[in-house]
Design a protein around this ligand. Structure first.
Ligand SMILES: Cc1cc2nc3c(=O)[nH]c(=O)nc-3n(C[C@H](O)[C@H](O)[C@H](O)COP(=O)(O)OP(=O)(O)OC[C@H]3O[C@@H](n4cnc5c(N)ncnc54)[C@H](O)[C@@H]3O)c2cc1C
Length: 413
């Protein structure tokens, strides 16, 4: 078989996983990432699942103790800091940066092109061409859109598909382990911690440190705090910088106004356990991400396939964005390993479509309580007015099992 060439648009985790898996089945692959420099410092904690670890092993990355931090106890803290529930868990928390480096480093530089922003895709019977903002073009036999929630590839083929705002944002804070006060560190650092202010949800856990270290003393503590935020007034206010410019539905963290940062730190002091509020207050730059979900009715358009967040985004409660991107990439590589690429792509679409939709539905189910908080109180159901901590823990502890169930229903496992 002549060498076949794949163009992968987007050099984040989905794009990198695709590059490795396609190379393993004989494709020549070039990744095109619009950022001018390697993607570092995104800093977010990533839940791992056995399915992700299996795929990393398939591309030669051993998920050893340097990849993540094992957490075996979950605690729930009330507003006074008292532990009112403690139970076992078995989670390994990695970080975006740790996974990125392990996938990026083994890929030759010639196969990972930075500063390449796709503007358009052209295709005919002989091939597909990516057209970039700098005027250059690249041609191949397959183009994979791994370009995330605001995918340029998806916008071209599915212009009417828009991300849905879920009605809440995730405030995020990350503090170096060495900056966590020793008494708080001893009490909660190595535990997966929940706080449930009314109508909200906060989770916190240790992650690899800023240089991806997993050794004690060099790790970091990660807080994710979901807060209902009305899209008409509160969200635009959060996204408006000190000069009065509104940046849409998201704002670069350094541009978050000082009064917004002061207000969220004060809210932490008022609403969550003091141990967690202290860590939150010590974080130099908390930031927020509005929560969206997204469902594509199709993922294949001739020689073009959508993958990862470009195709489907499930709310982060399912903790599976990276695992889903990995499963998409593995299904795609398996499907196009043989001669008939067109048939392979249709097989990929038929497998990943129900999987993506199933995960989006699961994320909506788990986030329904938070979304409902924007309704007037009198219109909320009993389940929307009160959230049982046991339901939260059950959902948390069955994440990998739920993911497997969605995969089985979709026919992928
Ligand atoms: C609050 C929150 C918590 C989360 N927690 C978890 C978790 O615990 N576990 C988990 O697995 N996932 C989690 N996720 C999701 C996870 O971060 C994503 O699902 C995952 O990174 C998907 O990767 P992707 O490669 O498909 O897209 P992205 O990571 O969005 O990457 C897209 C890439 O494409 C590039 N790009 C975009 N447009 C162009 C263009 N025109 N030309 C060239 N390049 C382009 C971008 O620069 C970017 O590098 C969370 C997300 C949020 C918001």
């Amino acid at each position: 078989m002549a060498t076949r060439r794949a163009l992968v648009v987007g050099g984040s985790l989905g794009g990198l996983l695709t590059a490795h898996l396609l190379r393993d089945v004989g494709w020549e692959v070039t990744v095109f990432e619009r950022n001018a420099e390697d993607l570092t410092g995104r800093g977010a904690g990533i839940s791992t699942h056995p399915q992700l670890i299996d795929i990393l092993r398939r591309v030669g990355i051993d998920f050893d103790e340097s990849m993540g931090i094992k957490v075996d106890v979950v605690i729930c803290l009330d507003r006074t800091g008292h532990t009112y529930l403690e139970t076992e868990t078995a989670r390994t928390m990695s970080s975006w940066g740790r996974l990125y480096r392990s996938l990026r480093d083994p890929l030759p530089s010639a196969n990972y092109r930075l500063g390449k922003s796709l503007v358009r895709v052209e295709q005919d019977a002989d091939g597909v061409t990516a057209v970039f903002a700098d005027g250059t073009r690249a041609s191949g036999d397959l183009l994979v859109g791994a370009d995330g929630l605001r995918s340029t590839v998806r916008e071209q083929f599915l212009p009417d598909v828009e991300p849905n705002y879920a009605g809440y944002v995730a405030w995020r804070a990350m503090l170096d382990e060495s900056d966590v006060p020793p008494a708080i560190r001893a009490e909660i650092f190595e535990r997966y911690t929940f706080c449930l202010p009314e109508g909200e949800l906060l989770l916190a856990y240790p992650v690899p440190g800023r240089n991806n270290e997993t050794q004690a003393g060099r790790r970091a503590y990660n807080i994710v705090w979901y807060r209902p935020t009305d899209p008409d007034r509160a969200l635009p206010n959060l996204c408006t910088d000190a000069a009065g410019r509104c940046h849409g539905t998201a704002i670069p963290p350094p541009l978050i106004r000082s009064d917004v940062t002061a207000a969220i730190k004060a809210a932490a002091r008022a609403l969550v356990a003091p141990q967690v509020a202290e860590i939150f207050a010590r974080t130099p730059q908390p930031f927020f991400q509005p929560i969206f979900d997204l469902e594509s009715p199709r993922t294949v358009f001739g020689r073009v396939a959508l993958l990862g967040d470009a195709a489907f985004v499930a709310r982060p409660h399912v903790g599976a964005g990276v695992t889903k991107a990995a499963l998409d990439a593995a299904a795609l590589a398996d499907a196009v390993a043989w001669d008939d690429v067109a048939a392979g792509l249709l097989l990929y679409q038929s497998q990943q479509q129900p999987f993506g939709s199933g995960l989006v539905a699961l994320g909506r189910e788990e986030g329904a309580y938070l979304s409902a908080q924007l309704k007037p109180r009198e219109q909320r159901t009993a389940a929307e007015l009160h959230r049982d901590i046991h339901d939260v823990l059950n959902a948390h502890n069955s994440r990998s099992e739920n993911l497997r169930r969605v995969l089985v229903v979709a026919g992928g496992a």
